[in-house]
Structures are given as structure tokens and as C-alpha cells.
Ligand binder design. Structure first.
Ligand code: NIG
Ligand code: FE
Length: 439
């Protein structure tokens, strides 16, 4: 059988981020990103078949049988497709008024207490149909793709009833089927206490544990379970019960931990052996130490700290303690309305003093570990999915140096070009253009 081979030729650098598929990179290893100067990548059957110096690529191709299409990558760098391991992608409505309120001094948790914040998005999401959620979220997913992101984790948590949580997760499933970007779903019914349970939060916890989790698992709608473990939201004890219940149904635990106050979220993540603890702005030293010991991934969200006008997490302390670190947008309508993972990379450097190498590891192989997909994506290694980005930059440091601009030139998903010259060009099947995907 004649297969079609794609030859990405003579990039100024191929940033492979190899050597971390078995376990997340931590400490000094986060700086080892396997750069190949004047490198080429060969794709065969949607998978990476070769990555190395161009001189060797020519030899490799000469032995293959099949039609070869060449993409000239000179003057550009090639990286693995970026991975966003923490988003609240699927929702309806918008909250720009809350930015005005916060600029005048209102506090994020106070807005939530008064029935705004997450509860405001919950009202709009409840009103939307599943199809409307797919359409609104597809626009956001398009923007992620244009910023070089090829896999996105997406949480529920704006339904807060059995049916509305299922609706959000079903919308995520549809999106993943229709859109080139792959979604990985997380059930987050414990995102806020809805108004109707304000006086009886434990009854809502019961609903999450006894009704939502079994239904989500039965329909196979999520791989992870997450909880907003925070003062005035879910206590450590409630969070533990919910995450343990999720575990029984095969949902792996994640935690929104120590975001606004120091609350013991990092410690709980270590105790439960969570896949990740996310945010961690206020994590204690003891919590960081315990995460390092248990190998719990820290998913850091410097865009959220920026947008909430808070001091970001102490990434340096975590890396030095041996905690593996990943980065994410936290895309949501309240605390981080952006799809630009490259901007988050800039913020990680400039506000948390992560190095360009650490940042690239955090947005590729470590992010893949944070969603349990490091065997398939997150690095340019033989046999992995050919999810790749060509950036219009002569070296990887330029990605962290230029900020607020989009340097993405080409994106490949499963070996197919889906973004060319920065523009979305078509579906994986080559039918309708998904720049108009939502219509
Ligand atoms: O990760 N903190 C909880 N959840 C989101 C915000 C959700 C919202 O404000 O709508 C976060 O910051
Ligand atoms: Fe979040």
C-alpha cells in the first residue's frame, strides 16, 4: 500500500521535549528539551516516524515507499502540539461586568457569595441547549487551535444539576468528535454550591456523590473528577469525600487547590495521590513537600493570577522541591478569559521566573501527564501522534521573548495540516472549514 508521507524540512530547531513519556519531568530534567538544530520531522500514517538532523532525514526518506509531501520549515521552529490541561471551556454567557466590579475593589469570592461569579455562568449555561454550548465553545476551541493548542482538558461545573452537568459533558464529547482539537473531560459538579442548596451544602455534596458521579461514569463522559476546594466553597473534608467517590467510579482526582486562601488543598492532593493540584497560589511549604514526595503534578495558571490581580504561584519553589510543573490557561469566563497558551508561557517566564525550557516542558510533556496522555502526545518521538506546531521564530527563546503576539504559522493534527499561515484551513476530513465550524 502506498502511504502518504509528510516531510517537515530544515527547521531552524526541532524542540522534541523527548525523554519524559514514562514519568513527568521534574527539577533539572524540566530544562532538558532535546533541541535538534537544522532538524526535520517525517510523518507516516499520522504518526511521527523520524525526528533528527536533516541530513539523516533525507537518507531515511530515500528508503520509504510512498508519495512525499514537503513542508519547508526553514527559519521556523517545530514543537509538539501545545496541550492545555485545565480549562472550563464549555459554558454560555460572559462576565465582563465582573471585571468592572473587581477593578472597583470587589473580591472574587464575595461576587460568588452574592450569587454572581460561577453562579452567574451557571444560570446562562442552564438556559443554553447542548447544541448552543457546542457552538459557543467551538469558537473558543478554534482560537485555542490558532494558538497552537492541539489537546484541551475541559471541565463541567456550570450545570450543577444532574441533567445540566451531563449536558455540558455531552457537549464536550460532541465537540471532541467534530473538532480537530481533542478534548479530555473532567467532571466538576463540585465547582460551587448552587443557590438552591445554599442552606444545605451537604445535601448538594450528596447529590454530587450519589447521583452525578454514577451517571457521569455510566455514560463514560469523563476521565477525571475535580473539586473547588476553597474557603466558602467545598471544605477539605467534603472535597475528600467527593474525590474518593469519583475514584471508586474510575474518575481520577484533580483539585482546585489553595487558589485564594491557604486551605490544605495541596496536602489533600498528596494524601489522595491526585493526578494534579491546580492553582496553588497560596500552597503551604508542607503541602509542596508532600506533593513532591507523591509526585503530584502542579498545574500552574499564571493568567488567572494576572487577571485576578494576585501574586502568582511560587513556581521556583515547586521546581526546586522536585514537584513536576505543567501550565494552563484555566480558560473560563470569570478568572481567565483567554485561549492564548503562548501568553501564559510569557507570563510564566515574566511573573514566575520559569525558564523558556521549563515553560516548554510544562506546556507539552508535563501537560500530557496531567491529563494521562503522555504515551500518545506531548513530545516529538517515534510512534507518537503527529500533533505539531511550526512557529515563525528562529529559536525557542523567541516564543517567550515576543509577547502578546501569535507566532503560530502551521499546526498539524494527527499529521494533517489544520492551520496554515496562521489561518484555520479545514477539517481533518478536508470537508467544511472549521473557521466557520460553529455555524
Ligand atoms: O479555576 N476557581 C474556580 N474555578 C475557576 C473559575 C471559574 C469562574 O470564575 O467561572 C478557576 O479559577
Ligand atoms: Fe479552573
Amino acid at each position: 500500500m502506498v502511504t502518504s508521507i509528510l516531510y517537515i524540512k530544515c527547521a531552524s530547531q526541532v524542540v522534541t521535549v523527548s525523554g519524559g513519556s514514562d514519568r513527568p519531568k521534574r527539577g533539572q530534567d524540566m530544562s532538558d528539551i532535546g533541541v535538534i538544530e537544522n532538524g526535520s520531522v517525517v510523518i507516516d500514517g499520522g504518526k511521527i516516524a523520524f525526528a533528527g538532523p536533516d541530513a539523516e532525514a533525507v537518507h531515511y526518506i530515500s528508503k520509504l515507499n510512498g508519495e512525499v509531501t514537503t513542508i519547508d520549515a526553514s527559519g521556523k521552529i517545530v514543537t509538539p502540539g501545545l496541550i492545555d490541561p485545565h480549562t472550563h471551556l464549555v459554558f454560555a454567557g460572559s462576565r465582563e461586568k465582573e471585571l468592572e466590579m473587581r477593578l472597583k475593589g470587589a473580591k472574587y469570592l464575595d461576587i460568588l457569595k452574592q450569587g454572581g461569579g460561577i453562579l452567574s455562568t451557571t444560570r446562562s449555561t442552564r438556559e443554553a441547549s447542548e447544541e448552543q454550548l457546542v457552538e459557543e465553545s467551538a469558537k473558543r476551541l478554534n482560537r485555542f487551535l490558532q494558538h497552537g493548542v492541539t489537546t484541551v482538558e475541559a471541565k463541567s461545573g456550570y450545570g450543577l444539576t444532574v441533567e445540566d452537568e451531563l449536558k455540558q459533558l455531552r457537549a464536550a464529547k460532541k465537540l471532541s468528535e467534530r473538532h480537530p482539537v481533542d478534548l479530555v473531560s473532567t467532571f466538576m459538579g463540585a465547582h460551587a454550591i448552587p443557590m438552591e442548596y445554599k442552606e444545605n451544602p451537604d445535601e448538594f455534596v450528596r447529590l454530587v456523590i450519589e447521583e452525578m458521579i454514577p451517571k457521569v461514569a455510566e455514560e463514560g463522559l469523563a476521565e477525571f473528577c475535580d473539586v473547588f476546594c476553597e474557603e466558602g466553597v467545598f471544605t477539605v473534608e467534603q472535597s475528600e469525600r467527593i474525590l474518593k467517590a469519583g475514584k471508586k467510579f474510575g474518575l481520577k482526582p484533580k483539585i482546585h487547590a489553595d487558589e485564594i486562601v491557604q486551605f490544605g488543598g495541596a496536602e489533600l492532593a498528596a494524601k489522595l495521590g491526585a493526578v494534579s493540584a491546580d492553582h496553588l497560589l497560596k500552597a503551604s511549604n508542607a503541602g509542596i513537600g508532600q506533593m513532591a514526595e507523591k509526585g503530584v503534578m502542579a498545574v500552574l495558571l499564571p493568567g488567572t493570577a494576572f487577571f485576578l490581580m494576585e501574586k502568582p504561584a511560587n513556581a521556583r519553589k515547586m521546581i526546586e522541591a522536585g514537584v513536576p510543573v505543567a501550565l494552563s490557561t484555566d480558560r473560563n469566563p470569570g478568572s481567565s478569559p483567554t485561549e492564548s497558551l503562548p501568553l501564559i508561557m510569557n507570563l510564566a517566564c515574566l511573573t514566575m521566573k520559569m525558564t523558556p525550557e521549563e515553560v516548554l516542558t510544562a506546556c507539552t510533556i508535563n501537560a500530557a501527564h496531567a491529563i494521562g496522555k503522555a504515551d500518545q502526545i506531548g513530545s516529538i518521538e517515534i510512534g507518537k501522534k503527529a500533533d505539531l506546531v511550526l512557529f515563525d521564530a528562529p529559536n525557542y527563546q523567541t516564543l517567550q521573548y515576543n509577547y502578546g503576539v501569535n507566532l503560530v504559522d502551521t499546526v498539524l493534527k494527527n499529521g494533517k495540516v489544520v492551520v496554515e499561515g496562521g489561518i484555520i484551513i479545514g477539517t481533518n476530513e478536508g470537508s467544511h472549514p472549521f473557521s466557520t465550524f460553529a455555524n
